[in-house]
Design a protein around this ligand. Sequence first.
Ligand code: TTP
Ligand code: MG
Length: 353
Amino acid sequence: MHKMTQRIILHLDMDAFFAAIEERENPHFRGKPLVVGADPKEGRGRGVVSTANYAARKYGIHSAMPISQAFRLCPQAIFLPVNGEFYQQVSENIMKILRGAAPVVEQVSLDEAYLDTSYLKSYQKTALLAETLKKEIFETERLMCTCGIGSNKMIAKIACEKNKPDGLGIVTAQEAEKFLEPLDIEDIPGIGSKTAAILRGSQFQKVQDLKRLSQEDFGDLFGIRGEEMYWKIRGVDNDPVVAEREIKSIGKEYTFERDTRDPELLIQTFEKLCWEVAAEVRAQKFLFRTIAVKCRFRGFETHTKSRTLMIPCDDVQVFYSEAMKLFLGFIVQSAKPIRLIGARAVVALKVSV
Ligand code: TTP
Ligand code: MG
């Protein structure tokens, strides 16, 4: 086991995204209720609301609501069609800013992303980064967003949700469990309206009420999903932040003069490869996240094994010990003589703030 650093996750979500872009493009709309979605056709439209600005939300209008209902709630609102291509472009500009700010960035929708900021090793520094990003996005795109910082993705997301719009919420690992207790059960991702209705029928309203249920109770009620819920309501979520595409990899391979099973030669050569790879990662100021090893046996039969760490790092010792564990797997798996061995780090760009 490599030395475990505490995770810190930053979640960023644009405020009333589609509507905010339309307001930016048409300053005379500002402050007025605005709905982006299907054509309301004087109340006879059959589509739904994509999003509404905050002025329109005061009338009870929200995403996914039938557009006819939105029209009834606020007929004087400005109704605009969805200009998807344009929003996509704006989204790309924003995601580019985010990808430059942390080694691992996971985009989850057009307007939302998780950044793994564990490498900053402090909530305070992550808060500074969040402020910087909010400022940069506003300066370049004239759009506002909200950030949430937490010890995992779930906490970061809820912290963001609870501080909208234009906010920043920070919930440390120590505060996480207490932070969740007074929240509505539906605030927990995975507890949708159906699940919530069942639970409310049994007098469970707040997250803290759910603590009366044992792990078994959860399992009986919701199966595998229930197990996860038992932990989630206690602030535990191990889901890693995964970039859609890691940037590059650094690897080295070595072909033996003749096929070998000499343990000393194998281990020494492999060790040397690992140190070279890890040193190269460090020299280029990268962090690695995935460790991959390769082994080619006599007859060109080639196998690979890899392991992805929860937290990207540049620790040479971590690389070596994880790679060696994988490599030993090859040795016990087959008794054939070995022709080639390799070690590789899949790396992500490190940006200092
Ligand atoms: P959200 O981030 O859920 O909503 P939002 O950005 O409009 O508002 P908030 O300030 O609460 O974050 O979704 C981002 C965009 O995705 C939203 O602007 C429109 C689109 N969208 C839909 O088209 N349909 C939907 O049901 C939802 C939820 C979003
Ligand atoms: Mg949003």
